[in-house]
Design a protein around this ligand. Structure first.
Ligand code: PGA
Length: 252
């Protein structure tokens, strides 16, 4: 089973429209010949329209970083999947650990959000991962099992392979403390086995990214691992040169 590598940059709450335009004009020439790799930037809501316009006809896809599970409703301050799809946004990050930790994103809500994204034609990147304490207590597998099973429970089996899962150990996010290749491979293989528990064909096709302090100098080693199909990159995605170097590492 060949899976197209997928490198996505998660900008988090960085970049005004002007800064985003500067970034994209630096990125596009650097990735224009990166055949065989899917590339995305996951940007704040306020940058979506500008980035969709600026990347049209290029290989760079534009993703949002969150959405509400309902299509419409009295949910002040929220944005829905059909609203994102209407802007030609390609996909959406769901369940990032910062959203789970600071904004009370629950697995209950994610069980609605993942199928709602697919329904609207968006590619969901579902983030899962354990804390340092959970890893030390030997609770990593229990945490991942819970997140994968509950968050995917309403996804129709025939669409399961369209979901992207990002395994992001929380202790590695923004800390410079990257998982070892052995730790990353083991966890991503475990996530794939969990998907196989739902549907074996989907497990062969689904793309699993590693995220957590991915940089230009550690990307090649991580991306070469058998169950790692790409990266979700935070800090190193904010500069065109370092992000493009990670995209390049995915081609090797
Ligand atoms: P980082 O963030 O690469 O800065 O560790 C990863 C993420 O939060 O997706």
């Amino acid at each position: 089973m060949t899976r197209t590598p997928f490198v996505a940059g998660n900008w988090k709450m960085f970049k005004t429209v002007g800064e985003a335009e500067m970034f994209i004009s630096g990125l596009l020439p650097r990735v224009s010949s990166s055949e065989g790799v899917d590339v995305a930037i996951c940007v704040p809501f306020t940058d979506l329209q500008a980035m969709v316009d600026s990347t049209r006809g290029s290989r760079v896809q534009v993703f949002a970083q969150n959405m509400h599970e309902a299509a419409t409703g009295a949910f002040t301050g929220e944005v829905s999947a059909p609203m994102l799809a209407d802007l030609d946004v390609h996909g959406v990050v769901l369940g990032h650990s910062e959203r789970r930790q600071y904004f009370n994103e629950t697995d209950r809500a994610l069980a609605e959000k993942v199928p709602a994204a697919l329904e609207a034609g968006l590619v969901p990147i579902l983030c899962v991962g354990e804390t340092e304490a959970e890893r030390e207590e030997g609770a990593m597998e229990r945490k991942l099992r819970h997140q994968v099973q509950e968050d995917l429970e309403n996804v129709p089996v025939e669409r399961l392979h369209e979901v992207v899962i990002a395994y992001e150990p929380i202790w590695a996010i923004g800390t410079g403390k990257v998982a070892t290749p052995e730790q990353a491979q083991e966890a991503c293989a475990f996530v794939r086995a969990l998907v196989a528990g739902i549907d074996a064909d989907a497990a062969g096709a689904i793309r699993i990214q590693y995220g957590g302090s991915v940089k230009a100098d550690n990307a090649a080693e991580l991306l070469a691992l058998p169950d790692i199909d790409g990266a979700l990159v935070g800090g190193a995605s904010l500069e065109p040169a370092s992000f493009a170097a990670i995209v390049e590492a995915a081609r090797a």
